[in-house]
Design a protein around this ligand. Structure first.
Ligand code: ZN
Ligand code: FE
Length: 257
């Protein structure tokens, strides 16, 4: 089982998981990188497409990929897709050639957003989390509330720490710059920033990242930590409890340049 990040657009990743003969992709916003990979791997058949949410940069390649491959599309039951799809909801389990994938509902960025978690044999687990959790950050709240997003991030943070987090965007360095303003004394954050800077200098992805690392460095997974909560309150005195602190942190990031 191999896991690959196919770059798309300016900063999207289309994650591809494959065996010797079968492949699945997650959030193909563009068909071209997937079709190019398939041309280089003619013995691997793309048979499954997973979608985390309805935004065009995650669904734009669906129609062409389905036409080319006949792959089945599995997508949030609560969201509209540009092609026919099997709808998924909380607790659903998929079987892909013996690999079990768990579906988690993670509303916030969009209302129907889902994530996929799986444990390949003899490998670290994998999380496909779309635009819910980014390295050092989280998705913007286009449809859901801060409370929904906090609950969704709590759900993801409860997965095993060695899970490989596969986010849909390379936003890491700009997220970490903000995180360092929130928690300038966080040593794990400082060293992760150095590591990711080095990766990007070589044009390498900063992903996947271990979930445990995210729990140590990502302010949106750490909004209850005294260091984070205090920084948020200093920035915005309206932050008085868990939800308002998380909301103020998200707003702070929206305004941060
Ligand atoms: Zn999105
Ligand atoms: Fe996106």
């Amino acid at each position: 089982m191999r896991l690959i990040a196919l770059p798309a657009f300016a900063d999207n990743y289309i994650w591809l998981l494959h065996t010797q003969r079968h492949a699945l992709v997650v959030d193909p916003g563009d068909s071209a990188p997937v079709l190019a990979w398939m041309q280089e791997h003619p013995h691997v058949q793309l048979d499954t497409i997973l979608v985390t949410h309805h935004h065009a940069d995650h669904t734009g390649g669906l129609a062409e990929l389905v036409t080319h491959t006949g792959a089945q599309v599995l997508a949030p039951a609560l969201e509209k897709m540009p092609v026919p799809a099997q709808g998924l909801q909380q607790g659903d389990r998929l079987d892909w050639h013996g690999l079990t994938l768990d579906v988690h509902e993670v509303p916030g960025h969009t209302l129907g957003h889902i994530a996929f978690w799986t444990q390949p044999p003899a490998q670290e687990p994998i999380l496909f989390c779309g635009d819910t959790l980014f390295s050092g950050g989280c998705g913007r709240l286009f449809e859901g509330t801060p409370a929904q997003m906090l609950t969704s991030l709590d759900r993801l943070a409860g997965l095993p720490g060695n899970t490989r987090v596969c986010c849909a965007h390379e936003y890491t360095l700009s997220n970490l710059r903000f995180a360092l303003v929130v928690e300038p004394d966080n040593q794990a954050l400082q060293s992760h920033f150095a590591l990711c800077t080095h990766q990007r200098e070589q044009a390498l992805p900063t992903l996947p990242v271990a979930l445990q690392t995210e729990c140590d460095i990502n302010p949106f997974l750490r909004s209850r930590e005294p260091s984070v909560a205090a920084a948020v309150r200093l920035h915005n005195p309206m932050a008085v409890d868990e939800i308002s602190t998380f909301a103020a942190l998200r707003q702070w990031k929206n305004d941060f340049r």
